[in-house]
Design a protein around this ligand. Structure first.
Ligand code: WTA
Length: 651
């Protein structure tokens, strides 16, 4: 199918009364840029404040003194905004629909009244374990309602949660527990997914061997499977919840008190602990959820992300619940028990907004449209995508087979660091273009910079790197315990701007097209991964002397992981060793980091100063041997020929 990538796709009929219409977008956007104080001062009233703020914005992007504060002297509680304030009108409305992995198990509908009861009790359990305001709590849970209860319970008492994706290995978990100095870890016995069970508790046990012995472990007995139990350290949360009081007074928190830490990959070193604070984050998550998904009372909102990623934080938990919405949590995978599961769930629960990643769309597209066609998708109103650029073919398939041409698609570009959507279309206001994230959200000032000089590139029809010129309320405030690294990572390269790490194009209509990361971060199935993390896992293996990892185009995953591995002297490459290394990386980081391709590399292309030339490795991985660029600075140019030859022979 040939796809015209630059034509605008008209807004489907039925969106004439959307929350934002075309003229509203222009008017509100202009106002948000002209008068951020007035604009955000008004918008922040969408959430309830215990002490109203008098200051709106106090932000400085100057390298060396970066400081970001919003609504600084206000006080609020995030759990009150997500629960208590809805009780008068919505006590019996469903807050969370829980759809279990096994479609034969009944779905659960948790009302706002029940959510309140559970979160209050959970908060009292945390208090009973000595968790205090400002303490860190690591949440290592699968996609079950207790994950949301745990997050909101932390917010209620002012503890800072750090959710670690349940697919991460014990090592990854212990690193995060230690980095943030968590007082306790919340996990579950086992996690059903796609008909199989992961033993989360034993992962947590393994992780805790490398943590202070003071760290407690709260266990949600979700499946009832047998696990080990260490008396004095392990606590049965569900049992304790029955014993404690159903009332826990919310703690008033400063707008700039941390709400959560979320670890994400950077181009160098260990994962970074991105810190989000309470007021600005909540205003931004709630507002983007309402505008971008044209959220209306009675809608059933489904974001398929995992709560272990920022998308789950902002668009399963905080945004929807702050808006009093019904949010769906799905424990399973798109292909279990068959490739129609997503559509079965949409049909069963009459989902109105469906938000997923391009990789899932591509995978399901490959299974054929019949899986979609057999379900009634007439409840769907809006479709969304996030996590990576969507190829126009997948966009068109999504539009035609899932949306039947009548649902606007919002392609939302944003990052863990941004807290919420930054560049995205709006259902009734901005016409989409397949593959483009379109235009900036209110208050967001994107700039295209020349990568080398850092100069602003004005006008349309231009390409460069994407930076943001001013702060917005959902912006991260710092990296946990390392403000210097925060400034270096995001503000040093292009002084005066927040640098996103993405490349982008601004077309003739002023629409933004994200072209992917320009740093050593790769995006595998919408999961962010630092190539350095995979490399350090590989070189930790006794038979590996050196490793270099790059991304390469992958039909389903967007990018795959390509690892060049140099073995220790005397070690022979073999298929067994290849499998051993794959398993090794799985264990070190988690299944999402397993290399897709390992190429044995007798040597790696290095400059005379010893720096690996990744540019060349990327080209070889992409089978693009013709444009390797200048190789004259290499210490040993012969290495490259050898790598190309190996690459060609392996196909
Ligand atoms: C990429 C996920 C193109 C981008 C919310 C960004 C996208 C990184 C899009 C952040 C999109 C996310 N189009 N690329 N709609 N959304 N990205 O922190 O490279 O897991 O920098 O946040 O994903 O990934 P993260």
């Amino acid at each position: 199918m040939s796809v015209e990538s630059t034509a605008k796709h008209p807004i489907p009929a039925g969106f004439e009364d959307a929350l934002a219409k075309p003229a509203d977008y222009t008017r509100l956007y202009d106002e948000s840029i002209r008068d951020p104080q007035g604009f955000w001062g008004r918008e922040a009233k969408r959430i309830d404040w215990i002490t109203p703020f008098t200051k709106v914005k106090d932000t400085d992007f100057t390298m060396g003194q970066v400081s970001i504060k919003w609504f600084e002297d206000g006080a609020l509680n995030a759990s009150v905004n997500c629960i208590d304030r809805h009780l008068a009108d919505r006590a019996d409305q469903t807050a969370i629909i829980f759809e279990p992995d096994d479609p034969k198990s009944p779905a659960r509908h948790i009302t706002y009244a029940e959510l309140s009861d559970k979160v209050n009790r959970f908060a009292n359990v945390l208090l009973s374990q000595g968790v205090m305001r400002g303490d860190r709590v690591v949440i290592y849970l699968p996609m079950i309602p207790e994950a949301a209860y745990a997050m909101l319970a932390c917010a209620r008492i002012g503890a800072v949660h750090s959710v670690v994706f349940a697919g991460f290995s014990p090592d990854a978990l212990s690193n995060r527990v230690n980095d943030c100095g968590a007082k306790l870890v919340i996990t579950a016995d086992t996690a059903p997914r796609g008909g199989r069970r992961t033993n989360l508790k034993s992962n947590a046990d393994a992780a805790l061997l490398h943590c202070s012995e003071k760290v407690r472990c709260l266990v949600v007995k979700h499946t009832g499977d047998q696990t080990t139990w260490i008396d004095g350290r392990d606590v049965d949360v569900l049992k304790l919840m029955e014993e404690v009081s159903p009332e826990c007074p919310p703690r008033p928190m400063g707008a700039e008190d941390p709400l959560f830490i979320l670890y994400t990959s950077g181009s160098t070193g260990r994962p970074k602990g991105v810190v989000h604070t309470t007021g600005g984050y909540l205003v931004y998550a709630a507002m983007t959820h309402e505008y971008v998904f044209d959220y209306k009372d009675g809608d059933i909102f489904w974001c398929t992300a995992d709560v272990g990623w920022v998308t789950g934080h902002s668009y399963i938990v905080y945004g929807p619940l702050a808006n009093g919405a019904t949010t769906l949590m799905f424990e399973g995978v798109p292909t279990y028990p068959d490739a129609g599961r997503f559509w079965d769930v949409c049909d069963k629960h009459k989902v109105t907004q469906f938000y997923t990643a391009p990789t899932a769309i591509r995978a399901l597209m490959g299974q054929g449209p019949e899986w979609v066609d057999k379900h009634d998708l007439s409840s769907l109103r809006i479709l969304g995508t996030v996590g990576e650029p969507i190829n126009p073919e997948a966009w068109v398939w999504y539009d035609q087979h899932v949306g039947k041409g009548r649902c606007p698609i919002v392609d939302t570009w944003w990052q863990t660091e941004t807290g919420g959507h930054m560049i995205t279309s709006l259902p009734g206001a901005i016409e989409a273009k397949p593959g483009s994230a379109t235009l900036p959200f209110f208050g967001v000032k994107p700039e295209v910079l020349d990568a080398a000089s850092g100069q602003i590139i004005e006008g349309n029809g231009v390409e460069g790197v994407l930076a943001i010129a001013d702060s917005w309320p959902g912006q991260m405030r710092t990296l946990w315990g390392d403000h210097d690294r925060f400034m270096e990572a995001y503000f040093q390269q292009y002084p005066g701007y927040y640098f996103t790490g993405d490349g982008c194009r601004r077309d003739q209509d002023g629409y933004y097209w994200i072209t992917g990361r320009v740093d050593d971060v790769i995006n595998v199935s919408g999961h962010r991964m630092g190539t350095a993390e995979v490399e350090s896992a590989l070189v930790a293996h006794e038979k590996v002397a050196e490793a270099a990892v790059v991304g390469y185009p992958h039909q389903i995953k967007g990018q795959g992981i390509y690892a060049y591995v140099t073995l220790m002297n005397g070690i022979q490459p073999s298929d067994d060793l290849r499998r051993e290394l794959e398993g090794w990386v799985r264990n070190e980081i988690g299944p999402i980091a397993k290399p897709d391709l390992i190429q044995w590399a007798p040597g790696l292309p290095k400059t005379r100063s010893g720096k690996i030339m990744r540019r060349i490795l990327r080209k070889i991985a992409e089978d693009d041997f013709g444009s390797l660029g200048d190789t004259s600075t290499l210490a040993d140019p012969g290495v490259v020929d050898e790598l190309i030859e190996n690459r060609m022979n392996r196909a």
